[in-house]
Design a protein around this ligand. Structure first.
Ligand code: TMP
Length: 215
């Protein structure tokens, strides 16, 4: 049983980076080590925030402007953080969250090219000093990621953007990683799934001083 304070872990990457599969492997590691956690995601994670997700990702004739999209991401995040993430962490439960504010920097800042200062201001407003303890960025060349995402089925509104958009998203994730080396670990997600998993497990076991390997 870990004696660490409850950790807030986020997973990030362009579409098709394999986050979902690696999230399952991460959760098996936590299970094997007797760690209590919740799994959640953004945008969404609570009924109210999931309604905002629906608005954000559905194809509509009157699609939101980039600024509306940004504000809705943070509206969903405020609700999610206040009603789910913080109560869990405060009661000692770890949080594994599929995407968080780095996605806003990457997609709205990088992809949509909105001013990063706007995102910083909203981040402070909504989160105060709260940041993830650990962020795993699954990095994959955009064309590989999009081909994998396309094979999963119909693309949502944001997944339907062009290659140049996702190149900017990826570049912003790489910039975030280089500027936050204590918090962010980048994993090469172009490797085969088992290799990515094994690398991730090794990094996490060392970081948290865990003894039980899930495999
Ligand atoms: P998902 O496909 O990983 O569930 O993520 C939903 C989409 O929302 C994905 O295309 C990335 C996008 N997104 C943003 O554009 N900004 C954000 O802040 C978040 C959390 C997600």
């Amino acid at each position: 049983m870990s004696t660490l304070k409850a950790q807030f872990i986020t997973l990030e990457g362009v579409e098709g980076a394999g986050k979902s599969t690696q999230k399952e492997a991460l959760c098996r590691l936590l299970d094997a080590n007797g760690i209590t956690y919740i799994e959640t995601r953004e945008p969404g994670g609570t009924p109210y925030a999931e309604s905002i997700r629906e608005l954000l990702l559905s194809h509509a004739d009157d699609a939101p402007s980039a600024k509306t999209e940004l504000l809705l991401m943070f509206a969903a995040r405020a609700q999610h953080l206040e009603t789910k993430i913080l109560p869990a962490l405060e009661s000692g439960v770890w949080v594994v969250c599929d995407r968080f504010t780095d996605a806003t920097y990457a997609y709205q800042g990088g992809g949509r090219q909105l001013p990063v200062d706007w995102i910083k201001t909203l981040e402070t407003l909504v989160q105060g000093m709260q940041r993830p303890d650990l962020t795993l960025i699954f990095d994959v060349p955009v064309e590989i990621g999009l081909a994998r995402a396309g094979r999963r089925g119909a693309l949502d509104r944001i997944e339907s953007e062009d290659i140049a958009f996702f190149e900017r998203v990826r570049a912003m994730y790489q910039q975030i990683a280089s500027q936050n080396t204590d918090r962010v670990v980048t994993l090469d997600a172009s490797a085969d799934v088992d290799t990515v998993t094994e690398t991730m497990i090794t990094v996490l076991m060392e970081r948290w001083n865990l003894s039980c390997h899930p495999g």
